[in-house]
Design a protein around this ligand. Sequence first.
Ligand SMILES: Nc1ncnc2c1ncn2[C@@H]1O[C@H](COP(=O)(O)OP(=O)(O)OP(=O)(O)O)[C@@H](O)[C@H]1O
Ligand SMILES: [Mg+2]
Length: 417
Amino acid sequence: MSASSDSDHHESVQDSSISSLPGSARSSRPEGQYTVGIIGGGQLARMMHQAAISLGVHTRLLATSPDESAAQVMRDVTIGSHLDHDAVLDFAKGCDVVTFDHEHVPTEYLREMEEAGVAVRPGSEALVHAQDKAVMRARAAADGAPCPLWQVCDTPADLIAFGDAHGWPVIAKTSRGGYDGKGVWKVEGPEEVDEPFEAMGGLADGQQPIEILAEEFVDFTRELSAIVVRSPSGQGVAYPVSETVQRDGICVETTTPAPGMSDERQAEIQQMAMGIAGRLGVVGVLAVELMERADGSVVINELAMRPHNTGHWSIHGARTSQFANHIRAVLDLPLGDPSVTAPVVVMENVLGGSEMDLTGALQHCFARDRSLHVELYGKQVRPGRKVGHVTCLGTDVEDVQRRARHAAGYLMGDRNV
Ligand SMILES: Nc1ncnc2c1ncn2[C@@H]1O[C@H](COP(=O)(O)OP(=O)(O)OP(=O)(O)O)[C@@H](O)[C@H]1O
Ligand SMILES: [Mg+2]
């Protein structure tokens, strides 16, 4: 499914259009060049910037340190915290549109930016569903979207009651502040229920209340990701569904399209994701993380409203990357073709390992595979940290996975791959 219309949901988007914005930012750069403000300086901002360059779009960054991945390569950088009210509001004043590298800007600040007339994309009404897993579960349940059994737990006793009622193990999650598996616990039995409650303080940002959510443990056979992009005028595009592999809560590999999935099933999942984007009024990328059961049914794990790790394959494996489409969407430009450029596209994350000299390791990887694509994020190598990704294209799933795994393994320092 590509370029499907979503006009039913058109009215639900509350952003003002760019052309109607007062142009405080416009005087500071060439006429006709828009300024897209990105809050958060990680690799997603870096790759959004890369896509914006081709469109002549000026990007401005709010990063917490000049060493952050995107701050290293962008010219217009403000150093400040996304949790600092004045820093965020001042930053937004200079932008035509504000978008995000992560979902940790307090929801209240998003609302204030909107009240000040800034085009916040995605807007607060939508983004809160990616910020707060309890809000997302309640909304998904109300909309009839498939979810595991869940419940907000105020006390460890509530978590025990949930496990006793629905069976152990259970998954406990913080409603806010989690990422890369931090803030998610597999709780095997009543003796382990205290840990999430003790750890939640560490993820609190002091601005928003955090709750503990209990979820039924889904014995999934694989995880999937459905990425769609939606513009303020209601145009939507859906990328092919990817199979994703998480290790210790971190995405390590995606294969696109998801092997063995029928076209009909893929279209159903894409439509489900597009329906969520329309109902919530999402602008930009929406990633719907899914868990697939043995019978082929799926349940929603969580939502992300920004370019997503499971969509990195699209830089080289799709006709229009998720980053290019995100920038187009936030500027309300027509969206590009999301279809794959090869029958099989595999993305492998490069996590920090024993190899410190990533540029040196490229010597081997590129010499071995001339069609390999590598993105490195300029980040200091630290164990387990996402420092880059590789993408391989081809026709045979096993062959493409083997090539991608070899390159990523080598870049991580594994010489036995
Ligand atoms: N109800 C569940 N049953 C079984 N496994 C689950 C469940 N919920 C989450 N998981 C597992 O935990 C992983 C991390 O969960 P989740 O995506 O909610 O956390 P996160 O830290 O916010 O991750 P992200 O880095 O994607 O933001 C999932 O990818 C999945 O493997
Ligand atoms: Mg996740």
